[in-house]
Design a protein around this ligand. Sequence first.
Ligand code: NDP
Length: 297
Amino acid sequence: MAIGLTFAGATRVVGVFGDPVEHSCSPQMHNAAFQAMGLDWVYLAFRVAHEHLHSAVKAVRALNMPGVNVTVPHKVAAVPLVDRLSREAEQTGAVNTMVNENGILTGHNTDVEGFLRCARGAGVTLGGQRVMVLGAGGAARAVVAGLAQVGAAQVVVANRSPHRAAEVAELGNRLAGHAFAGPCELTAEALKQADEGISVFIQTTSVGMYPDVGGALPLPWELVGPDTWVVDLVYNPPRTRLLALAEQRGARCVGGVEMLVQQGAASLELWSKREAPVPVMREALVAALEGVANGGG
Ligand code: NDP
């Protein structure tokens, strides 16, 4: 992609550390933002193997980078490598953004803010609601931390591996300061039993993600209707099979693209201390995802 910047002596490098990382669309999204902001920065994807993460983080300081994003599988391993943690990074035990200020690295987790901005923007009410979170990985931890922040009434965490559902529910209870979350098995029967009064379903597993787009978790479909929100964090494809099924039942649906945009915008604002050009980032991300779906990327 031509980004219209002339790299020179003052150009600063930002990026993402992951493994694999080749299919990340964050470079397109952030480079479009830098151009719109007139920032002489470039964003690159770095494939960093687990054993090199420590050296890569040292390089952020050594190369005077404004910061980096950290993605799968390094979000938890990055925690002890920074000098300070934001409240959200400490709460979730995961870092997706590092900010370098004069060699001092602060670890943030903008997935929490990204999720909350996305929900607010779509008009999803979370405060006072009963919410079901499907999955108990890193994304689920960010979602549950967000739900605790905005005062969701009750949260059911359903996951394939029950011990992880219990851990995430416990995390939610600790953050909320009272018993607001409980685990549930990820079976149609158990979900149906736990469903009473649930108004928001949040799908945080990798099921349905490109290239295995045919997958969809079991939902208690008879309880999904026009009064229900279904949020799927998977962003590739933008409209997952789960969302297509939920739409057929008249549910109000939100896909993962907007959360990805909003977590990226929150990271950019931390690095640059300026407002992020969200529409530009959204447009660039959607175009990049279309490229991946068409076999590019
Ligand atoms: P993790 O690897 O931390 O967690 C994966 C989760 O998916 C676990 O709960 C795992 O269950 C579950 N899972 C995986 N395969 C299956 C399956 N076949 N059946 C049932 N459950 C399954 O990943 P993350 O939490 O970091 O990411 C999860 C998804 O969220 C990804 O698609 C990612 O792209 C997306 N995401 C989107 C963001 C956005 O901004 N839109 C931000 C962050 C993530 P188990 O514990 O049993 O293994």
